[in-house]
Write a protein that binds this ligand. Sequence first.
Ligand SMILES: [Ca+2]
Ligand SMILES: [Ca+2]
Length: 332
Amino acid sequence: MLVAAAVATGGCVLAREGTSAPFGANGGGQTGGSAVTVSAGSDGNSSVATGGGASTTNSGGGSAMESDCLNGIDDDGDGDVDCGDNDCVAAGFVCLPPLAGAASHVVLSGDACPAAAQPMTLHSCDASKCACDGQPGECKFEVARWNGDNCNGQSTSSVKTQPNCYSIDPGLTSSFKGTTTSVGNASCPSVAPDIVAVDRGACEVSGGACANGGACVPAEFPVAKACVLLAAGSNCMAPYDGYRTTVYDNPNSSCNCSCSKVGESCAGSVQWYSGNQDCNGPATGTTSIDGQCKSVGYLESYFIDNVEAKPQCQADASMPSGEGVLCCMNGP
Ligand SMILES: [Ca+2]
Ligand SMILES: [Ca+2]
């Protein structure tokens, strides 16, 4: 939007240069006066102009001043526009660096917009407010038991694949080793369908022109907070690579939460009992099924607990339209 405005005022520049061409001869005062009128009307930023010195100085014929550093117009007809004119540099105006492909310069303001910037609609969705309710899935497992420590040689008991209580008669010192395989049916339903979009407090910069294509802004402008608005999916490039966030200019939509499963992993354990053959009472100990040999000491029975897959869920938030990327020099 801002670029479009700059282009539009560029058209005014051309018209302006035409009228100011004869200014060196004798009609300088008059063309200078009409120039100020054109610039104020086309830009609306006359409040930030450096003053009414333009027409006065122009009529002086030779020591003209750039009267408005934010209008994209070469007010004094010396061929230099806004920040490209030393008059504006001397008055403290600075350039926000340009970035190829940027639709607008933007500043994130916690309060009122600074000079040369106006409120604009940019919302964001906070994915951290979306939540997923991970539902466990099934796992297959194989658990083997050896008499004695260290799982040496072929396993003593047959490989177990079902959750159950298994007894040993007589009780013996044992070691276990087991593996798990996820079936893949863990799931990640969303439990927060909609959240309110957050107003980013964005202000669109309507600064003047810079010779390098940037935006000319007053010295007090918070340059370090400057951002550019790029098309959805864009990467951030220096110097606007300190902070990247997805934003939306659709103010009427709430954020849609969604969840995706990025993986799942199995967890299960073997509990053993040294005082009975029925897996009764509190377990003497427990060990995880993780592919490692576990030497557990004397036992009379063991129980393979429910082995289930826990999903890894990722919450996402999005709005249906108006997506863009805000790239900033620094964080908000
Ligand atoms: Ca100007
Ligand atoms: Ca000029």
